[in-house]
Design a binder for this molecule. Structure first.
Ligand code: FES
Ligand code: FES
Length: 155
């Protein structure tokens, strides 16, 4: 008998039905089942934030969440934020302020930036505090913070 569980999750505004084992992590269905590989895995200790997505419009680390916890909920991944032909404001802010180096951590920082804006953060100090759950191993924090504070000033 299969021990899989049937889930229905709205991912990037599309209703997705999946059968998953109870132990399956959200990040694994995004990357392996749905090919949404913009969500990265950068650690195995839930520290780096490269795997961040929006669950019901709140930032979560998708490596620390079981897929079954997302049943009947909505998820937004980096793929829904814009694309190279139609950059969103947050992406423009990162581009204009050189907010990325290797880019591996960038999807997670973009998701955190969106949450900073939702929470009406405005100062550099507030942004730095908020980013404690995101690592950039290139240590490009200066321009990441500059990108996010610039995004916060955009309409
Ligand atoms: Fe999720 Fe690092 S992969 S916090
Ligand atoms: Fe390289 Fe962040 S830009 S890890």
């Amino acid at each position: 008998m299969s021990n899989k569980i049937a889930l229905k999750i709205n991912i990037n505004n599309e209703e997705i039905k999946l059968n998953v084992e109870p132990r399956t992590l959200l990040v694994d269905i995004l990357r392996n089942n749905l090919n949404l590989t913009g969500t990265h895995i950068g650690c195995d200790t839930s520290q780096c934030g490269s795997c961040m997505v929006l669950l019901e419009n709140e930032c979560v680390k998708s490596c620390s969440l079981l897929a079954v916890q997302c049943d009947n909920k909505s998820i937004k991944t980096i793929e829904s934020i814009g694309n190279e032909n139609n950059l969103s404001n947050v992406q423009k802010a990162f581009k204009n302020n050189h907010g990325l180096q290797c880019g591996f951590c960038t999807p997670g920082f973009i998701m955190s930036a969106i949450e900073c804006k939702k929470n009406n953060l405005s100062s550099e100090d507030e942004v730095r505090d908020f980013l404690e759950g995101n690592f950039c191993r290139c240590t490009g924090y200066q321009n990441i913070v500059k990108s996010i504070t610039s995004f916060l000033k955009m309409p």
